[in-house]
Design a protein around this ligand. Sequence first.
Ligand code: IMP
Ligand code: MG
Length: 173
Amino acid sequence: MADKINVLLSEQEVNDRIADLGAQISKDYEGKEIHLICILKGGVFFACELAKRITVPVSLDFMSVSSYGNSKESSGIVKIVKDLDEALEGKHVLIVEDIIDSGKTLNHLIPMLYARKPIDIKLCSLLSKPSRREVDVKIDYLGYEVPDVFVVGYGLDYAQKYRNLPFIGVVEE
Ligand code: IMP
Ligand code: MG
């Protein structure tokens, strides 16, 4: 039987916010080029929509990471499942992520990427669950804060399902 999904953020709300973020990023990076790193798989819908709204030159790369360990919680030890194709040296890197939860993944990943000598690294996340944070992560561009509920849609999955929903929803228990 299909799960019931309740809308938390409508397609319109998400798209409007992405347009705002795209405009802000375009302004902040005026005269520069952005090397956008999409964190797979969750970040992919957001990264595509965001990239279309950025008016400065953008190059795109993709990375897939997973946490070691078998628990549902992020362990904080990040394993690179698929590495980037391009070097980061001399680039303005913008990481695009679906959601910052405990913060452990990005807290581990950002220093790892800084070792590759980019000019700078900024973080753009569609969602954040501040009440779940265990380690500090600076989110430079944020779509929406959400409460401590498990969200799906716009790239976010529940057991690999619902990534394709055009809105952010909550699976009814
Ligand atoms: P953390 O910030 O290291 O705890 O992990 C963040 C990752 O956990 C995200 O990139 C998502 O893949 C996943 N995640 C956290 N909360 C949710 C949620 O509510 N729905 C779907 N995935 C989530
Ligand atoms: Mg993710």
